[in-house]
Design a protein around this ligand. Sequence first.
Ligand code: NAD
Length: 349
Amino acid sequence: MIKVGIIGCGKIAEVRHAPEYDANPNAEIVGYYDVAREKAEALAKRYGGRVFDSLEDLLAADLDAVSVCTANRFHAENSLQALAAGRHVLCEKPMAMTLEDCEAMVRSAEEKHLTLMIGLNQRYAKAHVKAKELLDSGEMGEVLTFETHFAHPGPEGWTGQKNSWFFSKKIAAFGAMADLGVHKTDLIHYLTGHKIVRVKAAMTTIDKHYPDGTLIDVDDNACAIYTLDTGAIGTMQVSWTNYGQENNSTKLYCRNGVLRLYDDPQYSLIVEKPDGTVTPYALDVLTSNKEQTSGRATNTGVIDAFIEALQNHTEPVASGRSALHAMKVVFADEESARTGKEVEVRDSL
Ligand SMILES: NC(=O)c1ccc[n+]([C@@H]2O[C@H](COP(=O)([O-])OP(=O)(O)OC[C@H]3O[C@@H](n4cnc5c(N)ncnc54)[C@H](O)[C@@H]3O)[C@@H](O)[C@H]2O)c1
């Protein structure tokens, strides 16, 4: 049995971490810590386990691992403290607010031989898993170009608040780019198996306002052109101002055909071949933010993957080290958007 604690008991802990640990027969939630005690109490009431008065008290309990589900600004601090206490960590995305902090997290986990996993649930979505299989098998041939999107109406629908920390540069670092761009940047790296070596990005704030009517200080829309180490180019577009149906689609145009992912309401993967053959796969449906907050979340597979990695002493697919590349790219996106220049993605750690 893997004994876990949850740090930060807001929305993601409520709709994903706590219910998915609860549903996993090999996990037991020992306790919770939140600066807002009532949030921890609500989860304890529903899923069992103790409420702790401080992070130190939680980390001193009989635990193997923790989920870090606090706002972005606290990810590095909470994760480093948990790793220092000898606990494995599953930290929500985006990993941290600076590249230095991301690298410190990876270094700390590796030095202590502990697992650091990042909540990049897109890697575990069934159509993405199947697409990865097809790409790795060589059946599709080289990825020549791609487009990936993540566009929804913004975090207000998720948090239920008109003005949440998601709209604060000090607490979130970025807006749509950190919230959604991290997922899609990571997905391109993960699916193609290639690094993004150059970026040209634009970020803007056009439609989200604070209650006083001023525009928020993080981006509500972002776009990037990515160049892979193979020379292939493609685009990523993320938005908090899509007031229609959520768009979570990706298309990979390969030498031997096209992979369409979450691009059709019925078939989560469609494979088109040059001879005209079209193979649709009805694998799953990605739940939108609206569905998740109304209690219709499906298991993301993230918690099961974390528990499995801890039990088998294997590296999770969304390890901290593998997630580092997307963070480097996102920081390069920010630099490109700020300077108006194309930016090389530097390989550090
Ligand atoms: N993987 C995904 O697709 C996905 C989806 C949504 C959110 N997230 C990530 O999950 C994280 C949390 O988001 P959320 O939507 O649950 O936010 P939230 O505001 O609902 O929850 C955050 C919780 O952390 C608590 N908190 C803040 N600072 C703390 C501290 N220092 N110590 C302990 N508790 C603290 C708050 O009181 C709050 O209850 C964010 O980083 C977000 O980007 C990931």
